[in-house]
Design a protein around this ligand. Structure first.
Ligand code: CTP
Length: 415
């Protein structure tokens, strides 16, 4: 357990509250767990604990300012390099700044300049914690995927007692470890697709679907955090971790053109994208005027390139498809698993509450060609990604053992 954070680059953000003294212990524990810890203290934090204390315990010296650093842009350097940022203690001010994109010191600027996962450990007086403004800000952060380690009840500064006390350092480390997956994809080449394709009607209009690309992006992030070399082919605009090779595409045809040449070089291919089944036969290169707009549009089928991937894959490659369904979820997913030659299919009931398109949460059924079946209850898309990758590694282990390949073929490990 102590080595689950081995080699992870963690920025430890410390803001100005009495719980800053507990962040010293947290810093030591993270270093002991194998992480490379870069402390960033707000000006107020330094009034509670000296930067020197953190410098002595962390993996590198503590930083306290945007302007006194030898690096002219320390916030982007830190934000880009981080595998994770943990803010402990997080005061009401820092939580508010994060929620509203305010970046008036090194810590808040780093938080705005990162695509890494963020863990927030609030600490403040009960009245401040329970205030609607704080609760709204926390809800906003959660909706963006920030992990909040809830404060507990107990003694507060000034002899008061109540909720708002920062979680204990050991519990924060446990939360980080639970969230940070194992490094079981070290060096493995993983190709992920994400988002709904956009098929042009004319120069300004498109036919698309409601896929946001969040699930595919979370899969890419989770794979990267497990040590994989990830390529993400995506239609989504959201920023991703700089360690991930991103190929931005729009149409099904462009996605096919990006995926097919790259797939043979990948040991794992995950097709999370919602690829259009039809495209417009003759899109106009110019904007169609209202007066001459057609009343019907001719559609032609796109090519289902997941079928190509299933046919041409090597026995050692793990191929994962997604099935977005509203009816007969399991039966439809099973049919796609077999007809597309997949090792795994992730079935998604997009009609279920809190699940599928446009949500930050999802619930899925993971079916394997070997007959395995795993239901994953409603959870964040990051947690769903972790469950999918657990199934992928189980499949890889089975192939490596030379056991019966999930699709019944003889296996080899000739990657
Ligand atoms: N897929 C693909 N190319 C297409 C259509 C789909 O590679 N032209 C892939 C998707 O990325 C997904 C899987 O096939 O991994 C299943 O997609 P889905 O839309 O659920 O099913 P379809 O095969 O398109 O069938 P239907 O729309 O009838 O459910």
């Amino acid at each position: 357990m102590a080595h689950r954070l081995e080699g992870r680059r963690i920025v430890l953000g410390v803001s100005g509250g009495i719980a800053a003294y507990k962040a010293v212990d947290l810093c030591r524990r993270l270093v002991d767990a194998g992480a490379f810890v870069s402390p960033v203290l707000t000006e107020a934090a330094t009034r509670f604990v000296g930067a020197l204390t953190f410098s002595a315990l962390a993996s590198e010296r503590a930083r306290t300012s945007l302007y006194s650093d030898p690096d002219p842009i320390p916030h982007t350097t830190l934000g880009r390099a981080a595998d994770l940022i943990v803010v402990a203690p997080a005061t009401a001010r820092v939580i508010g700044a994060m929620a509203h994109g305010i970046s008036d010191d090194l810590l808040t600027a780093t938080l705005l300049a990162t695509a890494a996962p963020v863990v927030v450990c609030p600490a403040m007086h009960t009245e401040m914690w329970e205030h609607e403004a704080t609760q709204d800000n926390i809800a906003l952060l959660r909706s963006r995927g920030v992990i909040v380690v809830d404060p507990t009840s107990g003694r507060l500064a000034g002899g008061d007692s109540g909720s708002g006390r920062m979680a204990e350092p050991a519990d924060i480390v446990a939360a980080i470890e639970a969230f940070t997956g194992p490094k079981d994809l070290e060096g493995v080449r993983v190709l992920v697709t994400a988002g709904g394709t956009r098929e042009p009607i004319d120069a300004v209009r498109v036919i698309t679907n409601r896929s946001s690309g969040k699930q595919g992006t979370e899969l890419a992030l989770e794979a990267a955090s497990r040590g994989a070399k990830v390529t993400l082919v995506t239609t989504a605009r959201q920023p991703v971790h700089p360690g991930i090779d991103v190929v931005r595409v729009e149409t099904a045809f462009e996605m096919q053109g990006a995926v097919l040449p790259r797939a043979p070089g990948a040991e794992v291919v995950i097709m999370a994208a919602a690829v259009a089944d039809q495209r417009v036969a003759r899109p106009s290169a110019r904007k169609t005027k209202k007066t001459s707009a057609p009343t019907s549009i001719e559609l032609v089928p796109t090519h289902d390139f997941l079928v190509d991937l299933g046919r041409s894959k090597s026995p050692s490659q793990v191929l994962v498809g997604f099935a977005a369904e509203t009816d007969d979820v399991e039966a439809n997913a099973r049919a796609k698993l077999a007809s597309k030659g997949l090792d795994l299919i992730v079935a998604n009931d997009v009609g279920a509450p809190g699940s599928g398109f446009d949500h930050d949460t999802n619930q899925v059924l993971i079916l394997g060609a070997d007959g395995s079946r795993r239901e994953v209850a409603l959870a964040s898309k990051r947690e769903i990604a972790a469950a999918v990758l657990d199934s992928v590694t189980a499949c890889r282990d089975q192939i490596a053992r030379g056991g019966p390949h999930p699709d019944g073929k003889e296996t080899s490990t000739d990657s």
